[in-house]
Design a protein around this ligand. Structure first.
Ligand code: GLU
Length: 518
């Protein structure tokens, strides 16, 4: 392991919105950099123009910003924005000129060769093999019989050259070797070259492929640790060989476990989210072609800290019972050694639990503004003191802040009433009892929860009434629903006048409903 401060990168391809697995990769890279006084780089890998999706890069940048993972270097960050510094640019399409010399070096040293086979020809060879039940790959066993520098005569090569026939450059995977490297999470990894094919390094249009651009950039950007998803593990063997071929030191590799479906085997996909009703993306995404909208954690009401905490624990554990972390705390304790090797199963219920925990741990003052914004959508204006009162009544009872805005009875007298509750708790004498409650409430001085509660209890004792006989009907007329905060606190929040109004109105409305049903 190198001793200089680490330089790590998150290297998404702008082929669509960022999957939450991608956000977790970014998070682990960022935590690793923060915890070791290192640098976190955003590099946009956009060499595959065919898969380019409009708006995807902007989405990635916005998503990282919402997540609180800010790159030290990147297309619009840090040095990337003012001057390119020694490591920029940070978008591969702006770095095209840098890859050619590395490809040339590999050609010169015999680690790569030019190939003129058309995609149709290789597809045909693959098809012919599969018809015989075999798998075909472009490798040491087949390359001599194909249209490339290893298989064709010098004259034929010269002919293709002078005709300007387009070619690709392929890596010459050594025959009969085992590539071995240490993965910071998985330990020793060995891959036989016999299962590897001669990957294309440069396409016919002169653009590097992912593998070439990726390792050249990791080298030029002085990347010390490559922390990425498990799906890249097979590519790591090729990357190790490429570094060897170029005479360069390879970075440390760390391959993160897959995020698995909530049930059953396999990688968590967008379909799982659609079926299970949970988001897969950090922010809402509108597909530029189909217009289809996919929900986002932000829009569903998750706080940034809860979403990050959930991802932190999806593949890593601190070795203690602690589950709740802020990003700062996580950066202090995060280590690659404690990343798990096996897949991490996603649990949507647990995601909700994290939101609940973070919401409850928030300073209420910080929730005032977000609550006011949510309330504005329903045309309700609460001042700071009212918001704090509502938060103190409701925070323990919700998973998302928007549930407070959804509880219309907090600001508007109910016009519908929980039918089951009414059936069970609304008796013949209830209107009379509530009439007396109004009398009690009119006399509470001051109109504060503690006084209301004491006077209410004294009234029950004097009348010989059970708690439920008066309190549940009071809840019905004030809120229309079964559960909720203390009715004494809620009455204080409403104020005497509105409370009395709601009781009178509620009794009328419930009685009417009952009569119409009778
Ligand atoms: N561009 C690759 C991706 O989209 C990066 C893989 C890597 O980190 O090497 O995930």
């Amino acid at each position: 392991m190198t001793s200089r401060p680490p330089r790590v990168r998150f290297a998404p391809s702008p082929t669509g919105p960022l999957h939450m697995g991608g956000v977790r990769t970014a998070l682990y890279n960022w935590l690793f950099a923060r915890g070791h006084g290192g640098t976190f780089i955003l590099r946009v890998e956009d060499t595959d123009q065919a898969r380019f999706v409009e708006g995807a890069e902007q989405y990635i940048v916005e998503a990282l910003a919402w997540c609180g993972i800010s790159p030290d270097e990147g297309p619009i960050h840090g040095r990337g924005s003012e001057e390119l510094g020694q490591h920029g640019p940070y978008r591969q399409s702006d770095r095209q000129a840098l890859y050619g010399p590395f490809v040339d070096q590999l050609l010169k040293t015999g680690w790569a060769y030019r190939a003129w086979d058309t995609p149709e020809e290789t597809a045909q060879a693959r098809k012919a093999a599969s018809e015989k039940g075999e798998t075909w790959q472009y490798d040491a066993s087949t390359r001599a019989g194909l249209r490339n520098e290893c298989g064709l005569s010098t004259e034929k090569v010269a002919e293709l050259e002078s005709a300007g026939t387009p070619f690709v450059v392929r890596f010459k995977v050594p025959d009969d070797r085992t590539v071995q490297f240490e993965d910071a999470i998985r330990g020793s990894v060995s891959i036989a070259t016999s299962v590897m094919d001669d990957k294309v390094l440069m396409k016919a249009d002169g653009m590097p492929t992912y593998h070439m651009a990726n390792i050249v950039d990791d080298h030029l950007m002085d990347i010390t640790h490559v922390i990425r998803g498990e799906e890249w593990l097979p590519s790591a063997a090729l990357h190790v060989l490429l570094y060897e071929a170029l005479g360069l030191e390879a970075p440390v590799f760390a391959h993160l476990p897959l995020i698995l479906k909530p049930t059953g085997p396999g990688k968590l996909s967008k379909r799982d989210g659609d079926q299970g009703g949970f988001p897969i993306f950090p922010l809402e995404w509108t597909d530029p072609k189909s217009g289809a909208v996919s929900s986002g954690y932000r829009e569903q009401g998750y706080t940034q800290t809860a979403f990050m905490n959930m991802l932190l624990m999806l593949g890593w554990n601190p070795g203690t019972e602690q589950e709740i972390f802020s990003l700062e705390e996580a950066a202090e304790v995060f280590s690659l050694e404690r990343v798990i090797k096996s897949g991490a199963r996603f649990n949507p219920e647990k995601a909700r639990w994290f939101n609940e925990q973070h919401l409850r741990a928030s300073a209420p003052e910080q929730l005032v503004e977000p609550l006011q914004q949510l309330m504005a959508e329903s045309g309700t204006t609460w001042d700071g003191a009212q918001c704090l009162q509502v938060l103190s009544m409701m925070l323990e009872r919700v998973t998302f802040l928007h549930e407070i805005a959804d509880a219309s009875w907090l600001h508007t007298a109910p016009s519908s009433f929980d039918a089951k509750l009414v059936r069970k708790k609304w008796k013949g004498q209830t209107p009379e009892v509530l009439g007396k409650v109004c009398g009690v409430l009119s006399g509470c001085e001051p109109f504060k929860a503690e006084v209301i509660e004491a006077d209410f209890k004294a009234f029950l004792a004097a009348e010989g009434l059970g708690f439920g006989a008066a309190l549940l009907p009071l809840r019905i007329v004030l809120t229309g629903v079964g559960g909720g905060p203390s009715m004494f606190e809620f009455a204080e929040f409403l104020g005497r006048e509105t409370t009395l109004e709601r009781i009178a109105q509620g009794v009328d409305r419930v009685e009417k409903i009952k009569k119409s049903e009778a």
